[in-house]
Ligand binder design. Structure first.
Ligand code: PBG
Ligand code: ZN
Length: 323
């Protein structure tokens, strides 16, 4: 049956009707808020390329986390930004390191909030790469050992979920083994499995001070052109023991998210990254788009494509407007 018997507009006439036929709804439980933690006390410094996003010292981070929990966001992911960096990223797995102290403080003072940690070395290395470097090469297996030690130190600090973002081969299996051997068999791994070498990470690197000092990340992060390879990465990480998988960035890779949704039954996360967030704010500041609506549209699109979890810098702002 076609027009005029079929009229698609019949079910769009009022907001009540539109609500009844709405297929995808953003919910607070879908959201994960990324947070940056720095050394010091009383620090709440804005990141210029990410309006509304700050770097917090541990005390301020706890205050922020209380507010985040109060508006119903269930989970945060922490990025530690240490003062001291060195070649092997010693701060990454230090027991009194910045991320470890942040996790301890949040779990003590906001126990209900799920604390996820980003596991990587780039914030801790003086060269800014996600692994250990020999010459100009990021070497895989030595990096995996450092990353597994980092995941373990986060678990020891009380992290509820660890999320490796480095893109080394074999790191999920190494982390699963080390966690299990040390009594953390209940700690899930969310793998940044399909992480692309993206231009959209620019603002994040300002926030995390993690811009590579030489070269780029294309020898470990994925080529944006490759979809089949992304599914292979995800399959491998599942075999290695990942509990959940991530696609990152989000909007340019919705095809991969939707294919992953069809193929895998584990929770899928998508990271609406710093550049995606910044673009919406920049256009909105110029009066070129309605930033609030554009942000919601982006996130609902990510969910419609198949994401269960959405990492978004707008999570705290959006949550009060959601169910
Ligand atoms: C580091 C890491 C990056 C992001 C999350 N973890 C940046 C990178 O790979 O350079 C990007 C997040 C964002 O842009 O919001 N491993
Ligand atoms: Zn990294």
């Amino acid at each position: 049956m076609t027009f005029p018997r079929t009229r698609m507009r019949r079910l769009r006439r009022t907001e009540r009707l539109r609500g009844m036929v709405r297929e995808t709804r953003l919910h607070r439980d879908d959201l994960i808020l990324p947070l940056f933690v720095v050394e010091g006390h009383g620090v709440r410094s804005p990141i210029s390329s990410m309006p509304g996003v700050h770097r917090f010292s541990v005390d301020q981070l706890v205050t922020e986390c209380k507010e985040v929990a109060d508006v119903g966001v269930p989970c945060v992911i922490l990025f530690g930004v240490p003062d001291e960096k060195d070649a092997r990223g010693s701060g990454a797995d230090a027991s009194g390191g910045i991320t470890q102290r942040a996790v301890e403080a949040i779990k003590q003072q906001v126990p209900d909030l799920i604390v996820m940690t980003d596991v990587c070395l780039c914030e801790y290395t003086d060269h800014g790469h996600c692994g250990v470097v020999e010459g100009e090469e990021v070497v895989n297996d030595a990096s995996v050992a450092r990353l597994a030690a980092t995941a373990l130190s986060h678990a020891r600090a009380g992290a509820d979920i660890v999320a490796p973002s480095d893109m080394m081969d074999g790191r999920v299996a190494a982390m699963r083994t080390v966690l299990d051997e040390n009594g953390f068999e209940e700690i899930p791994i969310l793998s940044y499995a399909a992480k692309f070498a993206s231009a959209y990470y620019g603002p994040f690197r300002e926030a995390a001070e993690s811009t590579p000092a030489f070269g780029d990340r294309r020898a470990y992060q994925m080529d944006p052109a490759n979809g089949r390879e992304a599914l292979r990465e995800m399959r491998l990480d599942l075999e290695e023991g990942a509990d959940a998988l991530m696609v990152k960035p989000a909007l340019p890779y919705l095809d991969i998210l939707s294919q992953a949704r069809a193929e895998f039954d584990v929770p899928l996360a998508a990271y609406h990254v710093s550049g995606e967030y910044a673009m919406i704010h920049a256009a909105s500041e110029r009066g070129w788009i309605d930033g609030d609506r554009a942000m919601r549209e982006a996130l609902v699109g990510i969910k419609r494509a198949g994401a269960d979890w959405i990492l978004s810098y707008a999570a705290k702002d959006l949550a009060p407007t959601l169910d």
